[in-house]
Design a binder for this molecule. Structure first.
Ligand code: KIV
Ligand code: ZN
Length: 512
C-alpha cells in the first residue's frame, strides 16, 4: 500500500515573512479557508508570539478551521510556546512547531550559545510543548548546514522528549537534490529512535531547487511531510511551491507511489487569492498556476492538442481548477449566479449582509464593464466595503484634474480611524498628486519601493489592480487596490499599505 505524504502549508507563516507579504487577520482567515478546501493536512497559521496581530490571526484560524491541523511557530522558549498553545486552544487538532538553530554559524554568531546549551534548550522546549499539546514539531534551523553528529544528538534527544515530527530545514536554500536526499536518509539511519517521528522537509528556493530538493528528501530520504507555500511565497526567493510539489507527486505517482489528501481542483483559486492578497504577481510561465501553464501557441502544438491532448499535456488544466467553459458574468447575471461563482472560487462570505454588499459592488462594476471575470470578483470581495475589515485608513472619494501641459491636481477624501479628512495636492501626474494629497495628512515618512499597475483581465475596460510597496523603519508592506479608475485604485492601494505599516509595527522576526 502507498504511504501517505503529509502536506504542511506555511503560506501564512513563512510565506508571510516575505518582505511586503504581510496579511491582516481577515486576509489570513480567508486564505486558511481556501487551504482547508484544498484539504491541506497542516496549516501553519502564523507565529503567535511575534505580535498581537499574529496571535489573533492564529486564534481566529484555530477557531474557524476544523478539517486541517492548525500549527503555530514558536522559538524554543517557554513564553513563545505558551503563547502558541493559548492561540491554538480552539483548534480541533493543534500543533506547536518549535525551532532553534543548530549550525555552528548560527549558534556562535546569532544565538551566542554553545552546542550543549542549544541541545538543552531544544530538549526543554519540546518537553514544555508536549505538556501543552500532543502534536509537537521540532526544527533544527539551518539544519542542512549543521554538523551531522551534533544534529543526530539533538534529534534523538527531542524525539525522546516527545517530538512527533522532525523537520530538517534547508534554511538558506544551499542544498542540491541528491545531497539533501542523502542527508535526510543518513539522519534517519543514524538516529536510533527515528521511527518514532514523522520526518519532514522544508526547503528554500535561493538556487531555484526547493521543489527538487523536497522531492529528493521524500524519494531518497524517506521524508513523509513536505512544507510548502502557495505560489512558492516565502523568505527571499521563497519556499517549495505547494502546487508544484503536489502535481509532481500526483502526476508521477508511477515513480513516487504516495497518496495525498489534497484536492487539486482548488489550486488555481488558492494561487489567485494569495497573489491578490499579497500583491505578488504570478509569472505567466509559472508551472501549474501561471497564465500560460496550459496555453499552446505554436501551430504544431495546437495541431497535436486537437488530435490528442496528451501529445503536449501531462496534466489536465481542469484538474487544478482552470475551467475551460466557464460562464462569464455580466450586468444581467442574477444573485444566484453570483453566489454560485463565489462558491466555485472558494469564497465564503461571513454573512448574508456581506454577500449583499459584494453583490451590490458586483452590479456597480458590471454597469461599466461588459464582462466580469473571476479576478474581478476576487478583487471586489477583498474590498474594504465588503469585508468591513477595520483598516486605519479607508478610501472615500477622489477627484483629480489633469490636462496636457498643466500640473495635475487631486483631492482625496479618506477616513482616519473612521473620521473623514480631505487632502489636496498637485503632483507630477494624477497618481502622484493623489498620493501626495493623502500624505498631506498622514505624513508617514514611508519610502515607496514599488508601484505597479496590472489590468485584471487584459483589456482597457478591465479593472486596474495596483500594488504599492512601502518601507518604513525596516518594515516593508504591500497594499493592493482595484478599481476601473487606476488613480482610485492607486489611492486605495496606498491607504491599505499605510494601514498595514501601522498594524505590523510590533512584529518580531521569526528567524531573529
Ligand atoms: O527556514 C527555516 O529554517 C524555517 C524554520 C523556522 C522552520 O522557516
Ligand atoms: Zn523557512
Amino acid at each position: 500500500m502507498a504511504d501517505k505524504l503529509i502536506i504542511f502549508d506555511t503560506t501564512l507563516r513563512d510565506g508571510e515573512q516575505s518582505p511586503g507579504a504581510s496579511m491582516t487577520r481577515d486576509e489570513k482567515l480567508r486564505i486558511a479557508r481556501q487551504l482547508e478546501r484544498l484539504r491541506v493536512d497542516v496549516i501553519e497559521a502564523g507565529f503567535a508570539a511575534s505580535s498581537n496581530g499574529d496571535f489573533e490571526a492564529v486564534q481566529a484560524i484555530a477557531n474557524a478551521i476544523k478539517d486541517s491541523t492548525i500549527c503555530s511557530l514558536s522559538r524554543a522558549n517557554d513564553r513563545d510556546i505558551s503563547r502558541a498553545a493559548e492561540a491554538l486552544k480552539g483548534a480541533n487538532s493543534a500543533r506547536i512547531h518549535t525551532f532553534i538553530a543548530t549550525s555552528a554559524l548560527h549558534m556562535e554568531k546569532k544565538l551566542r550559545m554553545s552546542p550543549e546549551q542549544v541541545l538543552e534548550q531544544a530538549k526543554l522546549s519540546v518537553r514544555f510543548a508536549r505538556n501543552l499539546v500532543a502534536d509537537v514539531e521540532f526544527s533544527p534551523e539551518d539544519g542542512y548546514r549543521s554538523d551531522v553528529d551534533f544534529l543526530c544528538r539533538v534529534i534523538e534527544a527531542v524525539i525522546a522528549e516527545g517530538a512527533t515530527t522532525i523537520n530538517v530545514p534547508d534554511t538558506v536554500g544551499y542544498a542540491v537534490p541528491e545531497l539533501y536526499g542523502n542527508f535526510i536518509k543518513t539522519l534517519r539511519e543514524r538516529v536510533p529512535n527515528s521511527d518514532k517521528a514523522v520526518w519532514s522537509v522544508h526547503c528554500h528556493n535561493d538556487l531555484g531547487m526547493a521543489v527538487a530538493n523536497s522531492l529528493a528528501g521524500v524519494k531518497i530520504g524517506g521524508a513523509r511531510q513536505v512544507e510548502c507555500t502557495i505560489n512558492g511565497l516565502g523568505e527571499r526567493a521563497g519556499n517549495c511551491s505547494l502546487e508544484e510539489i503536489v502535481m509532481a507527486v500526483r502526476t508521477r505517482k508511477d515513480y513516487f507511489n504516495l497518496e495525498m489528501n489534497i484536492d487539486p481542483v482548488h489550486i488555481v483559486a488558492a494561487s489567485r487569492m494569495v497573489s491578490q492578497t499579497t500583491g505578488f504577481v504570478v509569472q505567466p510561465n509559472k508551472a501549474v498556476v501561471g497564465a500560460n501553464a496550459f496555453a499552446h501557441a505554436s501551430g504544431i502544438h495546437q495541431d497535436g492538442m486537437l488530435k490528442a491532448r496528451e501529445t503536449y499535456e501531462i496534466m489536465r488544466a481542469e484538474d487544478v481548477g482552470w475551467s475551460s467553459n466557464k460562464m462569464v458574468l455580466g450586468k444581467l447575471s442574477g444573485r444566484n449566479a453570483f453566489k454560485q461563482r463565489l462558491q466555485d472560487l472558494g469564497i465564503q462570505m461571513d454573512s448574508e449582509a456581506d454577500t449583499n454588499a459584494a453583490f451590490a459592488r458586483f452590479k456597480e462594476l458590471a454597469d461599466g464593464k461588459s464582462e466580469i471575470f473571476d479576478e474581478d470578483i476576487l478583487a471586489l470581495v477583498s474590498d474594504e466595503s465588503v469585508t468591513h475589515e477595520k483598516e486605519q485608513y479607508g478610501f472615500v472619494s477622489l477627484s483629480q484634474h489633469s490636462e496636457t501641459g498643466e500640473r495635475p491636481q487631486a483631492t482625496v477624501v479618506f477616513t482616519v480611524d473612521g473620521r473623514e479628512v480631505r487632502g489636496e495636492s498637485d503632483g507630477n501626474g494624477p497618481v502622484d498628486a493623489s498620493l501626495k494629497a493623502i500624505e498631506t495628512h498622514v505624513k508617514s515618512g514611508a519610502e515607496m519601493v514599488l508601484y505597479s499597475v496590472n489590468a485584471i483581465s487584459g483589456s482597457t475596460e478591465s479593472q486596474g489592480e495596483v500594488t504599492v510597496r512601502l518601507q518604513n523603519s525596516g518594515r516593508v508592506v504591500n497594499g493592493v487596490g482595484a478599481d476601473p479608475d487606476i488613480v482610485v485604485a492607486s489611492a486605495k492601494a496606498y491607504l491599505s499599505a499605510l494601514s498595514k505599516l501601522q498594524s505590523k509595527a510590533d512584529r518580531v522576526a521569526a528567524q531573529g
